[in-house]
Design a protein around this ligand. Sequence first.
Ligand code: ADP
Ligand code: MG
Length: 325
Amino acid sequence: PQLANQIAAGEVVERPASVVKELVENSLDAGATRVDIDIEKGGAKLIRIQDNGGGIAKDELALALSRHATSKLGSIDDLEAILSFGFRGEALASISSVSRLTLTSKTAEQTEAWLAYAEGSEMAVKVMPAAHPQGTTIEVADLFFNTPARRRFLKSDKTEFTHIDEWLKRIAIARPEIHLTLKHNGKQVRNYRPAHTESQLLQRLTQVCGRAFAEQAVSVSCEHDGLRLTGYLQSPMQQDLVDAHYFYVNGRHVRDRLVTHAVKQAFAGQTEVEQPGYVLMLQLDPHQVDVNVHPAKHEVRFHEARMVHDFVLQGLSSALEQCWS
Ligand code: ADP
Ligand code: MG
């Protein structure tokens, strides 16, 4: 199973940012409202994620580290309409096969916290008492210590940290109600406070996309036939480059030519900017889209891509029109 886990790790764990992604998604799946991320040396030395979610019961700690142990797949039907982030049940097993992983957790029902520790080479998991408030902390130390070839592929600490920071921005936009903090080498780099009111949302948008974008953006909001598009588009008045390109499908960040194409078309000659900035959320019937094309890539397949494209283009065009008039 160790080898299988390490092979799976090749799929799931490409770099520190992919570890952060899997762990934070688990925290959100567990209902956390706050997630604190501590990184040392770009994540190569340490990745520590603490959440205030539901926690993992003592007798499920060891299980959570074993392959295909997911608590999230009720029936095979769920595969069709996956709404929670995780469903593959191999992230923790994969990560623990290529690092020194400590899992500390306390559920609301338990009076004390428990810690489980797994080390790359032997899969024996040790469980012992610990101190921890309700929720979970996962520490991933010495990533790829036992797979030197992969370790050599890591870029500089700064580059690896930038990947983590960029990924966190995507989540900060998608989940404004979650308090997210990020530290690097003991220094706080981000503090995304929970945003509920209009002005708090504007503040978060400012933190992620910059003041110019947040203050001048054209808002987008339209609905048709079960499709719903909301978000912001860079103002055509704003001629400087905004590096904010965020697209979400049912809450999941997605990289898709469909949206970049629709944005270009909507602007058609009205701006000098090569690729205007956007923050767009598309909601549609989950049966209309395949999300699990590849676990680590942000790809989706729309069953009716043409129709979705035209809907997005229509929504963007009318938002821009309103801004002209
Ligand atoms: P998956 O997320 O695909 O189910 P993972 O390997 O990522 O698989 O996690 C395995 C299991 O461990 C999860 O199904 C969940 O039950 C538990 N788990 C992991 N992280 C957390 C967390 N932060 N809080 C609560 N439970 C967690
Ligand atoms: Mg998961």
